[in-house]
Design a protein around this ligand. Structure first.
Ligand SMILES: NC(=O)c1ccc[n+]([C@@H]2O[C@H](COP(=O)([O-])OP(=O)(O)OC[C@H]3O[C@@H](n4cnc5c(N)ncnc54)[C@H](OP(=O)(O)O)[C@@H]3O)[C@@H](O)[C@H]2O)c1
Length: 277
């Protein structure tokens, strides 16, 4: 489908790829950045069903695809698109796909049941703030970590307990955790191993530590394009159970500024690039 882009989310993978690393490694130039976007369908290829021109959609394109969301128009596979939740601001919708799908995949990999307790590290990050809300919607009890400026924010997302990760003692008293969703990195996971119960499950979004003892299993999470999962997230948004915290919106000609801010590592929720009407 041809999509007129209205807004696109910015993710750490964009800054990593721009910096010469990231999932795509050294990309071939010219390269259009942006792995997710929200917009309107303008043309539908023959044989594609379920979509029509004018429809409001959003997507994570997958890692191998090269459409690039930071553009006015792009061609997207129907399999990665989903209708946008009605009544949700386009900037919010634009920030959902990549981080939301990653959070949902991580939670699916953990398989925690309603009532069980999960630790979500970085409850204020792009992935983390959505993971907290999805976990709460699934009926889980969420313990999260966040910096001092974000404790109330993460509490407001539904976490029962929010621990200040900058306090060296915050792990004291935290034990028996059977599920951990981490989006900080391998070293961060290692620092919480002592809080996990035997045979705990870990979903590792941003790096996998060396073989942990105690029967603990670590599943690396790599975001996959999925229209079906995106539709589930869209339903949660429509039901008012999931929202995207957009810290700031930048016009396309200030995208460099947005990259710098994201690279500083202290964004709460998401940064979004405003593109078309
Ligand atoms: N595998 C995949 O498919 C996939 C998908 C999405 C993202 N990722 C990766 O996941 C990582 C996170 O990305 P993101 O978009 O969620 O967020 P992000 O923008 O990288 O996260 C920034 C947030 O993390 C918090 N934070 C930093 N260090 C922390 C710590 N030690 N403990 C708790 N919170 C901490 C910061 O809070 P303060 O300001 O208080 O420090 C800030 O709010 C990136 O490395 C990204 O590349 C991977």
């Amino acid at each position: 489908m041809l999509v007129a882009v209205q807004a696109a989310g910015l993710n750490p993978s964009d800054t990593k790829i721009r910096g010469g690393g990231g999932r795509l490694g050294g990309v071939d130039l010219p390269y259009v950045a942006g792995r997710e976007a929200a917009g309107r369908v303008t043309e539908v290829a023959p044989g594609v069903e379920g979509f029509e021109p004018g429809q409001e959609v959003f997507a994570f394109f997958g890692w191998g695809a090269r459409p690039g969301g930071h553009a006015e128009r792009l061609v997207v596979a129907a399999s990665s698109l989903a209708p946008r939740p009605p009544g949700v601001l386009v900037h919010e919708a634009a920030g959902l796909p990549l981080a939301g799908l990653t959070a949902l995949q991580g939670l699916e990999a953990l398989g925690a049941r309603p009532g069980e307790r999960i630790l979500v590290t970085s409850g204020s990050g792009g992935v983390g703030h959505l993971a907290v809300q999805i976990a709460v919607a699934l009926g889980l009890e969420v313990v999260a970590t966040a910096g001092p400026a974000n404790l109330d924010f993460v509490k407001g997302l539904g976490a029962t307990e929010v621990l200040d990760y900058r306090d060296e003692d915050h792990r004291r008293g935290l034990g028996g955790i059977a599920y951990l969703l981490d989006s900080v990195g391998a070293a961060n996971i290692e620092s919480y191993l002592g809080c996990l119960s035997p045979a705990a499950k870990v979903a590792a979004v941003a790096g996998v530590p060396g073989d942990p003892a105690n029967g603990i299993t670590v599943t690396p999470i790599r975001c996959e394009a999925s229209s079906e999962r995106l539709t589930r997230l869209s339903e949660l948004m429509s039901a008012g159970r999931l929202s995207v915290a957009v810290q700031d919106v930048f016009p396309l000609d200030r995208v460099a500024e947005a990259h710098r801010l994201l690279e500083d590592g202290h964004v709460r929720g998401k940064l979004v690039i405003a593109i078309g009407p």
